[in-house]
Every structure is written in structure tokens, then in C-alpha cells.
Write a protein that binds this ligand. Structure first.
Ligand SMILES: Nc1ncnc2c1ncn2[C@@H]1O[C@H](COP(=O)(O)OP(=O)(O)OP(=O)(O)O)[C@@H](O)[C@H]1O
Ligand SMILES: [Mg+2]
Length: 512
């Protein structure tokens, strides 16, 4: 190591993909014992930069130095040897292996040449406890929800005992309680001299955790500032302009109920859930983790079954557990797990955007390819999807741009009732406002929106009414003018005072 505190340095790194220059002469430096935030819009090049450091991509030009020495990072083993551990934005876990197997993948402890399961599971258990996640080492990864998947990824990275820890949007899918745990871990690592590269779209996390910020815009480093820099200045640096209205909700007149849910019950998940969403309305669904919001949304859409109750769309009853019928009736769902449920990764942007519309067009026997292309181009433009072209495979879009495509596909489909589960997860501040505006356009033209979000300010800013769920029931309803953070939390936590085996993680208090 050199005499300074410098752990890692990147000089003039360039990376070009077909049709796009992802990085164009980027400089970056990481010191011992600092949390260095990497900030930039969706597609700015953040993930690409860290993939240079973790051995996923090789730079076309420029240098990477570790401890003052120029290095080549060709693959995960190189990175590991150099003391660099990375938590990638898209999960890299193997669904059919257990948690312990995933944590120690490729470097399982051995005894007499055989994998020492006992030791592996004991060590995994210790790591899981350290990150504070309640998962058994023998659980198969496919059984985990995304918050827990993320915590397992974090445990895995910690097990490497790296000097450089890179985290690409680790908090995007975490609840506020899990975020607190993660921050405590990161602070302890920093105190031990570990250098942490931290990517986030939650601006409030920057001052809370960071020391310095490097801002990327269009593949270039546009500045390095202290983490105490005011948020509006950070935004101006990353977007190139100011963004004033964060929640530009207009409140149009409401019409008849488009979605009516009555007595919806699934044993062990939710009970007697009833609500309406009217034409022109945005209804927010808030609550604690495990309150059952995603479960209700999926059941309403027909993706999962329910035991009793009814769902009506536009006055007509929907059959249970029948997504096709729900879509035909004009119901749409933007799922929380975009990679698993929302996209065909190897298909193009245009094909993904057309997935819903094509279905009805094919049915009607008239597929207007040119019209499809025009419509796809329009929505991609409105959402600011950063891509080489409509033919680019969705897999190679940046994380936030993939999310825009999931939303865009439903916006195009002219659905009467749209259920959005964490719609702005991983979306940059500028694009969020675009999405809010599209939601406003939808409701202004008589559509109805049900929105689930862990970002409480977003729920409060965008909803005309807020339903609060607690332990599988609707604990209360608040009109917009009474829906404060405190009022929502009171309802969400009030019911949780009843003894319950469920976790009490508070989801929905993000962004305070
Ligand atoms: N394998 C690839 N092939 C083609 N283009 C790619 C590939 N990987 C990334 N890109 C492109 O490089 C650009 C930068 O993407 P990157 O994933 O680094 O963005 P990001 O800053 O991490 O964005 P986000 O906040 O959305 O995660 C994007 O235009 C993306 O489409
Ligand atoms: Mg990224």
C-alpha cells in the first residue's frame, strides 16, 4: 500500500457498449475508512463503473489502481484477491441453493475434501445474525422475498472480509429498519478502515451515511462534493437542472368506483380486506412489512389465489386467480419484483413495452406493428428511457431504466385500473417526477391507481386517500388532508401492538 489512505483509484476509465458510451473518462478515488457515494441518473454509468472494479467488465481505456499499483481485474477471483467485494444491483444468488450454499458459493469450507456442511451452516448463521436477518441457513433462496435476498447478498459480501466494499443500491428494496441495521454495519466497517462505495437514489441517505460524493452524468464525472452538500445542489449536479415539484399531484374530480374489493381473505395472509378505487383517484396503500399489501395486490390481480371475498372491475366481477381475465377487464399490476415478474429480459425494449397491448391487439386480430412502434417510442421518450434504441435487449438497460419499461408497458396498455407496487424503486429523482406526472395524466383521463410504496412521503404526496394495512387487515383510511406521516404510522403500528409472531419492521417510513 502507498503511504496515503488511498485504497483505490480509477483514472480516465472509458467503456463503450454497442450504441452507447457508458463511461467516458471517469475519475474516482476511494480512501480507507470512508463511505464514498456514487450518484447519478438512471443510466449515468454507476453500475458500469463498479463492474470495472469487480471484474465484470474490462475498461476500453484508463487505469485502475489498488493501493497505488495499477491492476487488471479480470473476473470475480481477481477482485476477491484484491480485497474488493461487491453487492450488485441485480441479485446474483442461485435460487435452488440454500442460503448457506449461496453465501459460500465457490469457497465452501472443506473437510477431508468434502464440503463441511456443518461448519458452512454455522458460519452462515453467524453472518446472518450479524446483518440481523432472521433466515435459516438451510432455507432455499427461491423462498425468500427481495428484502431478505438483499440481506443475504450483504452477508455474502461481508464474509469476504474485503478492504473495499461496493454496494450498488443496497437499500432500494430494504425497509427502514433493515436500512438502519445496514447503516450500523457500514459504520462499523468504516471505523475498521474499510472503504465503502455506496450507490443510492435515496438522497436522504447521503448525508446520513456518506463522507464524499462523486456525481456521474452521462458517463462523465461532473464533480466531487462533501456528503453534507444540500440535496437540491446534488440534484442540480446529477440532472443538470433543478427539480422543484417533487409531488406534482393534481386532484381531479373522482368518478364511479372502478375497482371494488370486498371481504377479501386468504388464511394466514389477509383478512376481510375491502376498499374502492374511483375513476380519477390515486389511493395509497401503506403499512408495516408483512402487513399484506403485496399479497392483497397480487390476489386482486389474480396472480395469487384467495379463499373468499370478491373483486369487481368497472362493476363486473372478476374470477379468482385468473390474470388473463383481470387484464381483459382492464386491470394492470406493476409488480415489486421487476426482474422476476415484470420483464422478458432477453426481449427488446419495444417488445417488452408492447407485451400488454399486443395481447389485446392479437385477440382483436389486428396487430398494427407501426402503431406499436410509434407508441413504444412515445412512452419511452416520456419516461426518458436511456437506451441505444427500441431494439436494445432489456437485460442490458440500467436497473432504473428497466423499471421504467415495466411501468411504461402498463401505461401504454390503457388499463382502467393500475396497481403499482413500489413503482419508483431504483428510479432517479428526475424520472420519479416524470412518473408522477404520468400517474396524474392517467387519473385526469379517468383511470384509477392503487399505489403501494415504502416511500411514505411519496404515498402521502401522491394519494387522494391512504389506506393503512396492519396484520392483513385494513386498519384505517385517511383522506389526503389528514394523511400525515404520524397518522399513518399510528394506524400501522397501533394494531401491531397486539402480540404477533410477524416482524415489526416499519416499512413506509423511508425518506423522512
Ligand atoms: N451489457 C451492456 N450492453 C449494452 N449496454 C449496456 C450494458 N450495460 C450497461 N449498458 C448501458 O450503459 C449505460 C449505463 O448503464 P449503468 O447500468 O451503468 O447505469 P446506472 O448509472 O447504474 O443506472 P441505474 O441508476 O438505472 O442503475 C446505460 O445506457 C446502459 O443501457
Ligand atoms: Mg445501476
Amino acid at each position: 500500500m502507498s503511504g496515503t489512505d488511498e485504497l483505490l483509484r480509477v483514472e480516465g476509465v472509458r467503456k463503450e457498449f454497442p450504441g452507447v458510451v457508458a463511461l467516458d473518462g471517469v475519475d474516482f478515488e476511494l480512501r480507507r475508512g470512508e463511505v464514498h457515494v456514487l450518484l447519478g441518473e438512471n443510466g449515468a454509468g454507476k453500475s458500469t463503473l463498479i463492474k470495472m472494479l469487480s471484474g465484470v467488465h474490462r475498461p476500453d481505456a484508463g487505469r485502475v489502481l489498488v493501493g497505488g499499483e495499477e491492476v487488471r481485474v479480470h473476473g470475480a477471483q481477481d477482485a476477491e484477491r484484491l480485497g474488493i467485494a461487491t453487492i450488485h444491483q441485480e441479485f446474483n444468488l442461485v435460487p435452488d441453493l440454500t442460503v448457506a450454499e449461496n453465501v459460500f458459493l465457490g469457497r465452501q469450507p472443506r473437510r477431508y475434501g468434502l464440503i463441511d456442511r456443518r461448519r458452512m451452516e454455522a458460519e452462515a448463521a453467524a453472518l446472518l445474525e450479524r446483518v440481523g436477518v432472521d433466515v435459516a441457513p438451510r432455507t432455499r433462496v427461491r423462498e425468500l422475498g427481495i428484502a431478505r435476498l438483499q440481506m443475504v447478498e450483504i452477508a455474502k459480501a461481508l464474509s469476504l472480509d474485503a478492504r473495499v466494499l461496493i454496494m450498488d443500491e443496497p437499500t432500494a428494496v430494504l425497509t427502514s429498519e433493515e436500512v438502519d441495521k445496514l447503516f450500523a454495519i457500514v459504520r462499523a466497517l468504516r471505523a475498521d478502515g474499510v472503504g465503502v462505495v455506496f450507490i443510492t437514489h435515496h438522497l436522504d441517505e447521503i448525508a446520513a451515511l456518506g463522507d464524499r460524493v462523486t456525481v456521474l452524468r452521462d458517463g462523465r464525472s461532473v464533480g466531487q462534493v462533501p456528503a453534507t452538500t444540500p440535496q437540491d445542489e446534488l440534484v442540480r449536479l446529477m440532472v443538470g437542472r433543478g427539480i422543484d415539484q417533487h409531488y406534482p399531484r393534481e386532484r381531479p374530480d373522482t368518478g364511479p368506483p372502478l375497482l371494488s374489493v370486498r371481504g377479501l381473505t386468504r388464511d394466514g395472509a389477509f383478512h376481510d380486506v375491502g376498499f374502492e378505487v374511483r375513476a380519477g383517484e390515486v389511493v395509497g396503500l401503506a403499512g408495516l412489512v408483512g402487513a399484506g399489501r403485496t399479497e392483497v395486490a397480487r390476489a386482486v390481480f389474480g396472480a395469487d389465489r384467495y379463499d373468499s371475498g370478491t373483486v369487481h372491475v368497472g362493476g363486473a366481477p372478476l374470477p379468482r386467480h385468473d390474470v388473463g381475465a383481470a387484464m381483459d377487464a382492464g386491470l394492470g399490476l406493476v409488480p415489486e419484483d421487476r426482474k422476476g415478474q415484470g420483464l422478458v429480459l432477453d426481449a427488446s425494449v419495444q417488445e417488452n413495452l408492447g407485451l400488454v397491448t399486443l395481447r389485446s391487439a392479437t385477440r382483436a386480430g389486428l396487430v398494427d406493428r407501426k402503431g406499436q412502434r410509434t407508441a413504444a417510442a412515445r412512452i419511452a421518450g416520456e419516461l426518458g428511457v436511456r437506451m441505444a434504441g427500441l431494439g436494445q435487449p432489456v437485460r442490458t438497460l440500467s436497473g432504473g431504466n428497466q423499471q421504467k419499461v415495466v411501468i411504461g408497458k402498463w401505461l401504454l396498455a390503457d388499463t382502467k385500473v393500475l396497481i403499482l407496487d413500489e413503482p419508483t424503486r431504483g428510479i432517479d429523482v428526475g424520472a420519479k417526477v416524470e412518473i408522477y406526472q404520468l400517474i396524474n395524466e392517467l387519473t385526469a383521463s379517468g383511470h384509477a391507481v392503487l399505489m403501494i410504496s415504502s416511500d411514505l412521503p411519496e404515498v402521502l404526496g401522491m394519494s387522494d386517500r391512504v389506506l393503512v394495512m396492519a396484520q392483513g387487515r385494513i386498519a384505517g383510511e385517511l383522506p389526503a388532508h389528514l394523511a400525515t406521516q404520524e397518522a399513518v404510522m399510528e394506524l400501522a403500528v397501533g394494531a401491531a401492538a397486539v402480540p404477533t409472531p410477524a416482524t415489526n419492521d416499519v416499512e413506509g417510513s423511508r425518506g423522512h
